[in-house]
Design a protein around this ligand. Sequence first.
Ligand code: EPZ
Length: 422
Amino acid sequence: MDKIVLEGGTQLRGEVELSGAKNAALPILSATILSDSTSVIHRVPNLQDIRTMVTILESLGAVVDWDKDQGTIQVDPKNINKEEAPYELVKKMRASICFLGPLIGRLGKARVSMPGGCVIGPRPVDLHLKGLECLNVKISIEQGYICAETEELRGNEIFLGGRFGSSVLATANVMMAAVRAKGLTIIESAACEPEIENLAHFLMKMGADIEGAGTHVIKIRGVDSLHGAEHTVIPDRIEAGTFMIAAAMTRGDVLIKGVDMAMLHGVNDKLAQAGVKLERKDGNVRVTVPNDLSVVDVITLPYPGFPTDLQAQMMGLMSVTNGISVITEKIYPERFMHVAELNRMAASISLEGQSAIVKGVKHLNGAPVMASDLRASAALVLAGLVADGSTEVHRVYHIDRGYENIEEKLSKLGAKIQRVKE
Ligand code: EPZ
């Protein structure tokens, strides 16, 4: 296993180019199996999760050609003959659940391992199953697998709101099955995330009839067949937010290139309140902190609210900002594994239910810390950028799942960071 070693104290300065969005690329790659002709997807980040996705596509019978330098993946799905996404692959990546919809859309049946829980909490799939059952799919759970079958997909009106609001991948799964259903499907309380809108745009290029993607009501009229298409993945808004927070924490001056600020409303609002200056210029944003930072309270919500995937990073910023901030996690109430590790670095954070009370400290102290999940590990790297002395982040395979070349990108901005074989 590798670890990332950082020496704190440098201000990040310079330019950084965003990679394609992991959470758009994953469902888009699964959607390629809905046709019998080849699709070409551009700006796919070179990440562990994408490698897992490619392995599953090949295990189903697809032929995949991945040009990692170009960031282009070509998928030829015509020989797909299996309907199973196996446990040993699904346990590596919960997002494999997004094969459920396209397998049913293509074959009328699917056998996908139930994603277990993970450190950010249980990962229920009740909304996925409810949505598919509404489309005339019979669902059973056998030996830890979701077994789904239908004689004929039929359009329906589906309410997909759950205890925590909308569901991103449940919306994706239902949409990817509904494009091949007979008649009209209306998804109410659909997820509005930009990644869902990007998926819908790809499906429409394949010949699907979809309206309302990016809003809470999506209408889908089923079609008899879909064809392969060429598509470019949107830039990663969570990576953008991570670098914006890193620039703010180090009081640096960073130009983030290729960011669509319209996808970061909730983040821009909170960072501006905290005193971070965001200057938009030709599709880029320059991040500086002209005066002192102020603490802000944060509540994570479905899009366009503050994203749960930036909660840990924002906690890092608040932990070195004078004052007290309350960070409440409404999407994954247990998503606080980073708190104990930040406290090992002399942060002062206490948990009260699904809220963290963050008392800003003048300095963090470098320490060996343990990554636990993708975004928590990003928060620990950011903390290491500002901590006194040396920080070692162990188990960085977590970070490799969602950030492409993070140490190169940070090093180019002046960070003292290196990856070391453990
Ligand atoms: C997507 O996961 C993202 N992953 C997550 O990013 C992200 O945190 C999450 O959306 C929320 O924005 C991908 O897109 C691959 P949800 P998803 O279904 O779709 C509950 C990262 O770090 N729920 O929107 O699995 C669920 O427990 C990852 O990149 C149900 O109750 O999340 C959660 O509390 C982590 N029943 C809430 O809804 C269901 O059937 C939102 O989950 C499904 C979900």
